[in-house]
Write a protein that binds this ligand. Structure first.
Ligand code: AMP
Length: 394
């Protein structure tokens, strides 16, 4: 029998939702509350297959958003009663070493997510606000936490231990965690289904290239290596995050310019990456356009971005001992044929060659001929993955 399941992604000033009918994976309605807590009013927008609307609401808190959402679902007949909602899945940024898979949420899990807030101060606390808001209104409904870090908990010690004194791992949990796990797992499973080979039998390199960007190497259905680290700042160049840099740059800058830790964090998280190098935009669309008009820094930013992607793919190929599938996903990965093309230039040595026409049309299979390795463009869908996890716990 079909069950209705909600996927929730709460941010500091937003709450995104998608309501699915499972197991048929039918999206019934999706929407977004924005500007929560920033002003007296918040905005609410939603979309179904044939309707789209936006309102301003006279309240502004996560609790009010959840209240409004449930009334809206009843009024619009997406739910006949609140009991019809079988479960709610919450995206949670950091599961630390506690969570290697999605888990039903009880007091113990809440305490652990709270404890892990020290590792994800901008995300875990707001994820908890969403969880608590639903628990207040629906105390008997199954709630499941789906962690961005969980998929990567299968990495071997040699991948997650940093070459720092071990006491910092022991005492402060400083290690690589990796993020975007739900997305990497989802697109990798989708790819396996499209190719028609069991997920566990493929070696996969998944490139999640959006405003945040990471790459994951997958073998035996498990994450073996990934580019984000202790925080999502590590690895690839991103929209506004620098990715990997020589760590001594930071104390050097801090001393030279008398910067606080907070100011340093703003530089490396919000002012770097595509935006920092181009001094124009963090949006790859703007940079592709400006680069084609000959703007040097736009071209340089894209060159650095794609070079990092290429180096990571090649490195992961070595670590996996070859690969069968390369996947591109997220805003840039799904839409930018030119960035996919530039990222793959030089990878002919790994038998990667794109079919220009298929690549330009954003087709699903974009490799030249039909040979291996397969190169796929797969839209990510973290919300559906969250709904699947809830479904599995029902
Ligand atoms: P995400 O974080 O996955 O939402 O990705 C956001 C980024 O994807 C934006 O900053 C753009 O650079 C890129 N993007 C989104 N749509 C397109 C598009 N149609 N063509 C090229 N790039 C796009």
């Amino acid at each position: 029998m079909s069950k209705k399941i909600m996927a929730i992604n709460s941010g500091s000033s937003s709450l995104k939702f998608q309501l699915f009918s499972m197991p048929e994976e039918k999206l019934l309605v999706k929407g977004l509350f924005e500007r929560i807590g920033l002003a007296k009013e918040m905005t609410f927008s939603y979309q179904t297959s044939d309707e789209k609307a936006e309102h301003t609401l006279p309240h502004s808190s996560h609790e009010k958003a959840v209240d409004y959402l449930l009334h809206f679902l009843l009024e619009k007949k997406f739910l006949s009663s609140l009991e019809e909602l079988s479960g709610v899945g919450h995206r949670v940024a950091h599961g630390g070493e506690y969570f290697s898979q999605a888990t039903p949420i009880h007091a113990e899990e809440i305490a652990k997510i709270e404890e892990l807030s020290i590792l994800a101060p901008l995300h875990n606390p707001v994820n908890l606000i969403g969880i608590r808001a639903f628990q207040t209104v629906l105390p008997n409904c199954l709630q499941v936490a789906v962690f961005d870090t969980a998929f990567h908990q299968t990495m071997a010690e040699k991948e997650y231990i940093y070459p720092l004194p071990m006491k910092y791992y022991r005492d402060y949990h400083i290690r690589k965690y990796g993020f975007h796990g739900t997305s990497h797992q989802y697109v990798a499973m989708q790819a396996a289904e499209k190719i028609g080979v069991p997920f566990e039998e493929l070696k996969i390199i998944s490139c999640h290239l959006g405003n945040g960007a990471s790459i994951c190497g997958i073998k035996d259905g498990k994450s073996v290596i990934t580019s984000m680290g202790f925080t999502p700042l590590a690895g690839l160049m991103m929209g506004t995050r620098c990715g990997d840099i020589d760590p001594s740059i930071l104390p050097y800058l801090q001393e030279k310019l008398h910067l606080t830790t907070k100011q340093i964090n703003v530089i490396i998280n919000e002012e770097s990456g595509l935006l920092g190098v181009s001094e124009l935009s963090n949006d790859s669309r703007d940079l592709v356009r400006q680069a084609s008009e000959g703007v040097h820094q736009a071209k340089l930013a894209l060159d650095i971005f794609t070079s990092r992607v290429r180096q990571t793919i090649a490195g992961y190929a070595g670590e996996l001992g070859g690969f069968d599938v390369l996947i591109f996903t997220a805003g840039i990965g799904e839409n930018s044929s030119i960035i996919r093309q530039k990222s793959c230039e030089g990878l002919e040595c790994l038998s990667i060659e794109l079919d220009q026409e298929k690549n330009q049309k954003n087709e699903c299979f974009i490799q030249k001929n039909n040979g291996k390795p397969y190169v796929l463009v797969i839209p990510t869908n973290e919300e559906l993955m969250i709904a699947r996890e809830v479904s599995a716990h029902l």
